[in-house]
Design a protein around this ligand. Structure first.
Ligand SMILES: [Zn+2]
Length: 398
C-alpha cells in the first residue's frame, strides 16, 4: 500500500557507449554536451550497476536501496515474491552506429548456462563468459522516430531469393536446402580467409554504390565500412544482414524480441524495456567474443514475418503494446489538454516524459520533457497537461 499516494521524481543514468548519438539524449534531458560525448542509453530502473536516483526531500536515494528498504510498499508483495527485485530495466536508446547481432537465451537455458560457467570457474567479467546471470532477456522497443533493425530470419521464399540473386551466395543454396540451421552454421564456421574472399566483392560493390536505401543490405555495409578500413578480417555479420529481416519502424510502432530471435539495432532512437539480465550471445557486427556453438544452440532457426505492434488503444490516451512475458509491460500515453488521465497503479511503474509537460493533481508535481518518475504500487494519481504531452510507462503486468 502507498497510503500517501507518493510519486517520486527519478534521475536516470546516462551510458556513454561509443555507438551512441551526440544530440538526441542531451536534447531530451535538456543538458548541454560540450565535450561531444556519445549519449547511447539513458537507464531508468533499479539495476545495481546503475540505479536511478529517487528524490526524497533534499536527498537522493538509489531506487534499488529504496525498494530493498520496504519491498512491500515500493515493489508490492507479489512482485517481490515472484522476482525479488524490480523485474525490468527501462531505457532510452540513441543508436548512431549499428549494434551487434545478438540472441538471448530462455530463462531455463540461462540457468543451465550460468551454472555450467560457474562450475567451470570462468570469471564473471571474462571476455568469453556468455552468462552473466540466471535470467532471460526478452526486450520490447517502441520507436521514437524512424528506426531500423535486423529481426529474425527472412521467410523461406525471401531468403531463397537472396541466395539466388547474390552470386557470391550461390554456394549456400544446397546448405539452405537442408534448412536454416545448416545455412547459418556454414557461414558462422567458415574460415576467416574464405569469409573475406566471399564478402570482399560485396563490400566493394556497396562502397561503389552511393544511392542505396536502408531497406537494402548494401546501405548497412556502406555504413559499416564507411571509414575506409582495410577489407581484411571482414565481419561475418554481413551474411546476417542479407539473411535477416531488415525492419523499419515508424514513431509509435513497437517490436518484441523473445528468446532465440536474432536481432540487431541498426539506427535510430527508441524506448526499450527489458528483463534484468545481461545474457547476450553475439553473432557478428562486433569485435567482441562470438561463441558459435553456444549461439547455434540458442538461435531460433525459422523464417519469421516481423510482428510490428501498433498498440491497443485504451482509455485516457493510453496505447498498450502487449508483450508475452510476466516481467514487464509498456504503454504510451498521449495526454491532451482537455483529457485528465486517472489511474491506480497495479505495480511499480516508471514514467518518462518525451514531449511537453504535465502535472500530477493529487500530490502536486510538475514534470517536463526528459523527466521521469516512479509510482509505487496501489497509488492513485491523476495526470493533466496544458500543453499536451507524451509519456511512456513501464510496469509489471497483473
Ligand atoms: Zn537484444
Amino acid at each position: 500500500m502507498n497510503p500517501t499516494n507518493e510519486i517520486l521524481k527519478l534521475r536516470g543514468k546516462v551510458q556513454h557507449y561509443a555507438w551512441g548519438g551526440f544530440d538526441y539524449i542531451p536534447a531530451l534531458l535538456q543538458v548541454d554536451n560540450p565535450e561531444h560525448k556519445p549519449y547511447a542509453e539513458y537507464w531508468m530502473g533499479a539495476h545495481p550497476g546503475a540505479p536511478s536516483l529517487v528524490q526524497r526531500g533534499a536527498d537522493e536515494v538509489p531506487l534499488n536501496t529504496l525498494i530493498a528498504s520496504d519491498p512491500a510498499t515500493y515493489l508490492g508483495q507479489e512482485v517481490y515474491d515472484d522476482f525479488g527485485e524490480l523485474p525490468y530495466l527501462f531505457k532510452v536508446l540513441d543508436v548512431r552506429e549499428m549494434l551487434s547481432i545478438q540472441v538471448h537465451p530462455t530463462r531455463e537455458e540461462a540457468i543451465k548456462g550460468f551454472d555450467a560457467e560457474e562450475a567451470a570457474a570462468i570469471p564473471i567479467n571474462a571476455a568469453d563468459r556468455n552468462y552473466k546471470d540466471r535470467n532471460h532477456k526478452p526486450e520490447v522497443m517502441v520507436a521514437l522516430g524512424e528506426f531500423w533493425l535486423l529481426h529474425g530470419f527472412k521467410t523461406r521464399d525471401k531468403l531463397l531469393k537472396v541466395l539466388n540473386e547474390v552470386e557470391a551466395f550461390h554456394f549456400l543454396i544446397p546448405d539452405f536446402g537442408e534448412g536454416y540451421y545448416q545455412l547459418y552454421k556454414t557461414v558462422m564456421e567458415l574460415p576467416q580467409e574464405q569469409v573475406d574472399e566471399i564478402l570482399r566483392p560485396l563490400v566493394q560493390q556497396a562502397l561503389a554504390n552511393d544511392d542505396t536505401l536502408p531497406g537494402q543490405p548494401a546501405y548497412w555495409i556502406r555504413k559499416l565500412y564507411s571509414t575506409g578500413q582495410e577489407l581484411t578480417n571482414i565481419d561475418r555479420g554481413i551474411f546476417s544482414i542479407y539473411f535477416f529481416n531488415i525492419v523499419q519502424l515508424q514513431a509509435g510502432e513497437a517490436i518484441f524480441q523473445g528468446a532465440g530471435v536474432p536481432h540487431a539495432y541498426l539506427q535510430g532512437q527508441n524506448i526499450e524495456l527489458m528483463a534484468n539480465s545481461d545474457n547476450v550471445l553475439r553473432g557478428g557486427l562486433t569485435p567482441k567474443h562470438i561463441d558459435v556453438p553456444e549461439l547455434l544452440k540458442h538461435t531460433l532457426f525459422e523464417g519469421i514475418e516481423p510482428n510490428v505492434l501498433k498498440g491497443e488503444v485504451l482509455s485516457g490516451g493510453e496505447v498498450n503494446y502487449p508483450c508475452p512475458v510476466s516481467d514487464f509491460a509498456i504503454s504510451k500515453i498521449d495526454l491532451l489538454p482537455e483529457l485528465r488521465h486517472t489511474a491506480t497503479s497495479n505495480s511499480a511503474e516508471i514514467f518518462i516524459v518525451t514531449e511537453g509537460e504535465l502535472r500530477t493533481v493529487n500530490v502536486y508535481h510538475r514534470f517536463k520533457k526528459g523527466d521521469c518518475f516512479f509510482v509505487p504500487p496501489a497509488t492513485s494519481y491523476e495526470l493533466e497537461t496544458t500543453s499536451g504531452c507524451t509519456l511512456f510507462k513501464a510496469f509489471v503486468p497483473a
